[in-house]
Write a protein that binds this ligand. Structure first.
Ligand code: ATP
Ligand code: MG
Length: 334
């Protein structure tokens, strides 16, 4: 199939193992987009420094993440995969974009306020300018679409503002990128205790990772939060129950989902049975991804080659953009 010429970019931080939220909220869409657009998917290792100061495992996690992304559907022949820190053109663009980003708007960013609350001992300037670095990640390839989750919509809006201000001041260099999703409602995978979302670096016993073994998957799912069941027919589901039905919808057959829906609506649901079924279907879904990721990790040279080839392609695109940026700014002396 002839690919669309439009450019797509998305990234993920090397902060832990991939989980169901990363898979259904991001990776599954990326794997589809790679056949339709020119795609760049990167490991956001500079971004992880804003919250994860210890870098001793960075290389290990980055390689593991590349293995997991490939096992989950990315094909390095179809998309460009690279580590952010291999692209020195990004921080130069970050510097220019910092001149069109205002302190007030950065301080108002929801994710900044949240992170600042969580780590009051380390409210570093990198945390404040996270949206500017993210804008540089996107604009360095003059991207059109950025597939992101709900939590990232505000950042994309900021990227659009920075790009518009730059274009207005110095000339039309950047297309104005858009957030992208295949469906109206973005999938959000809740943590198994119903408090917040599954996450790489938090909530680990309530998050199902693509690396979890069969026993651990069973254990986590069997202790997911439930209750006595509904007391009136066709009641509205509490959020934590809806979360389990969402997972069932993603990994079980339509017949299975319909059966438990019916049981719920007739007030005859047995959550123990539902969780047992969910655990077995989840294991069937995760096992091939886990096995493939493990096999890929046995070959670090293969992974390093993917990153090296990806960096070469990404630097070419980044260099072309930076040349236009420097020309527009009047910094082309030589
Ligand atoms: P961390 O805890 O380190 O922030 P994370 O699990 O939130 O990790 P990110 O690297 O921040 O993962 O995000 C990678 C992608 O996965 C983003 O597109 C994000 O929107 C998506 N994502 C993360 N968690 C979920 C979730 N629970 N449900 C749906 N999408 C998610
Ligand atoms: Mg996150």
């Amino acid at each position: 199939m002839e690919k669309n010429k439009e450019i797509v970019l998305s990234g993920i931080r090397p902060t832990g193992f991939l989980h169901l939220g990363n898979y259904f909220g991001a990776l599954k869409n990326w794997a589809r987009m790679q056949y339709e657009y020119e795609c760049y998917f990167f490991i956001a290792d500079w971004h992880s420094l804003t919250t994860h100061t210890d870098t001793s495992e960075l290389k290990l996690i980055t390689r593991r993440l590349v293995s997991e992304l490939i096992a989950g559907g990315l094909d390095p022949e179809q998309c460009t995969m690279y580590a952010q820190s291999d692209i020195p053109e990004i921080p130069e663009l970050y510097l220019y974009l910092n001149m069109v980003a205002y302190k007030g708007e950065l301080e108002k960013t929801v994710t900044f306020k949240e992170k600042a609350r969580k780590q009051p001992e380390n409210i570093n300037a990198g945390l404040l300018t996270y949206p500017v670095l993210q804008a540089a990640d996107i604009l360095i390839h003059r991207c059109h679409y950025v597939p992101v989750g709900k939590d990232q919509e505000q950042h994309i809006e900021m990227t659009r503002n920075f790009a518009e201000r730059f274009n207005h001041r110095y000339g039309d260099v950047f297309p104005i990128p858009k957030a992208f999703s295949y469906s109206e409602d973005l999938v959000r995978i809740l943590s198994l205790d119903g408090s917040g979302k599954m996450s790489k670096s938090e909530q680990q016993m309530n998050t199902v990772y693509l690396n979890d073994d069969d026993e651990l998957i069973r254990k986590k799912i069997m202790k997911a939060k439930t209750d006595q069941g509904p007391s009136a027919p066709s009641s509205e589901k509490p959020e934590y129950i809806q979360g389990l039905f969402t997972l069932l919808g993603l990994v079980s057959s339509p017949e299975v989902v319909a059966r438990f829906e019916e049981d719920f609506n007739r007030c005859q649901i047995r959550y123990g049975d539902m969780k047992k079924q969910l655990a077995e279907d989840m294991i069937r879904f995760i096992k091939p991804i886990r096995d493939k990721a493990a096999a890929l990790q046995n070959d670090p040279v293969f992974i390093d080659n993917i990153l090296a080839n990806g960096a070469e392609k990404a630097r070419k695109s980044a260099g072309e953009t930076l040349l236009e940026v420097r020309k527009a700014l009047g910094f082309k002396y030589l």
